[in-house]
Write a protein that binds this ligand. Structure first.
Ligand code: SF4
Ligand code: SF4
Length: 390
């Protein structure tokens, strides 16, 4: 098996396909702390791409409630159980190139070679049953009770205590992984990763519906269409990203789910461009983390973890960067506060930004200004005559 470098693991790993980084890599950051589970993103995607016959149970974007919820049900627990107990990260070896240290366990690509039950697979995985896709909101707003944190309450600044009973919303689209398990799994070579933007697509004319991508994508984001009998998945709204959608007037725009987000929790950009606000959030401020990096696909959707959930749960989900991410998010410096204001501020794709004293300016592909946002909201003191007192 060829070796590829996975920066999220801080080491080389085996990947059963010619690993090639794209010129640019599509990426997004979702701020879990701000999501209100209104499902506007879900419906924006549904009404754009999956409203046809055979797509009734298909939600390329979904928002599920953790710890119980999942679409398909228990997708992450089942995959974690297949992978088994793993040693985790050597955090002492963390540096700028290996921000989380070095992962010492097996990825899904490496584990598949040692599991007799996984014969013929390229990555350890399972095929969900039809009933597991039926209820995308099963366990919505169901809290999990846990014993009090040993650390006790953290009273200063904007820090929140870990709650004894908790849940949070996890917003999910295809991660357009750098090393996609779906792509490696497809015996027809029908899945490809675009060199110009890293978006992962299924060639509908090549797919024969073997469902190997559904089985081996750990995030369960390819979905089988029983009407057409081929698989489909999130396409990262590529006509908008290319600027070829008639609505975009030639300007690269963010995806439908990202532009429609009511809570302004989403920001899109490029993970490998040091000028992109996404690069800043993930690689510089280290406030946004990959989802289950231990799976080994190098996913490109990153999350600012929720401040109120137990750290142990968050670490198994987002890796060892959780504590630093939450601390940094709780006390943002001027640049981080500025970049956080770019979330949901424009439908145009922000390629770079400039922080000024009071404003942050976002620039588009041709370095033109596409958005200008105040960094701190003005404090307006209402006059006494508006007080609601009798
Ligand atoms: S639109 Fe935004 S706030 Fe609403 S559910 Fe989706 S991600 Fe959360
Ligand atoms: S999330 Fe799944 S479907 Fe999307 S690129 Fe990664 S492996 Fe493929």
């Amino acid at each position: 098996m060829p070796k590829v470098y996975n920066w999220q693991l801080g080491r080389e790993m085996e990947y059963p396909y010619e690993g090639r980084r794209s010129t640019r890599q599509f990426a997004a950051v979702f701020n879990i702390n701000r999501c209100i589970a209104c499902q506007t993103c879900t419906m924006a995607c549904k009404s754009t791409w999956t409203y046809s016959k055979g797509q009734e149970a298909m939600w390329w974007n979904n928002v599920e409630t953790k710890p119980y919820g999942g679409y398909p049900q228990h997708w992450d627990i089942k995959t974690l159980e297949l992978l088994g107990d793993q040693p985790g990260w050597d955090v002492a070896r963390a540096d700028n190139q290996k921000p989380y240290g070095v992962y010492q366990g097996e990825t899904l690509f490496e584990a598949v070679k040692t599991r007799t039950t996984a014969s013929g697979q390229q990555a350890l995985g399972y095929l969900p049953e039809a009933k597991e896709w039926r209820s995308p909101n099963f366990y919505e707003d169901t809290a999990y009770s846990t014993i009090a944190s040993k650390e006790g309450r953290m009273g200063d600044g904007t820090k929140l205590p870990e709650h004894k009973a908790w849940f949070f919303y996890l917003q999910r689209i295809c991660n357009h992984c750098t090393y996609p398990a779906c792509l490696a799994a497809c015996p027809r070579g029908a899945i490809y990763k675009r060199p110009e933007d890293g978006i992962v697509l299924i060639d509908q004319s090549q797919c024969r519906g073997y469902r190997k991508c559904v089985e081996q994508c750990p995030y369960k984001k390819p979905m089988f269409n029983p009407e057409t009998r081929i698989s489909e998945k999130c396409i990262a709204c590529y006509p908008r990203v290319e600027g070829t959608d008639p609505l975009t007037e030639g300007e690269p725009m963010v995806t439908r789910c990202i532009s429609a987000c009511v809570g302004k929790i989403r920001l899109q950009g490029w993970i490998d461009d040091p000028e992109s606000p996404i690069y800043y959030l993930v690689r510089v401020a280290k406030v946004a983390l990959p989802l289950y990096p231990q799976f080994g696909t190098e996913p490109n959707v990153y999350y600012i973890p929720p401040r109120w959930a137990p750290r142990g749960y968050l670490r198994q989900m987002f890796g060892p960067g959780v504590d630093q991410a939450i601390n940094t998010y709780g006390k943002p410096d001027h640049e981080l506060l500025s970049v956080l204001q770019l979330f949901g501020a424009t439908q145009k794709l922000v390629y770079s930004y400039k922080v000024e004293e009071d404003e942050v300016i976002g620039y588009g592909q041709k370095k033109q200004e596409v958005v200008r946002v105040p960094i701190e909201d003005p404090v307006i003191v209402r006059s006494e005559k508006h007080f609601n007192v009798t």
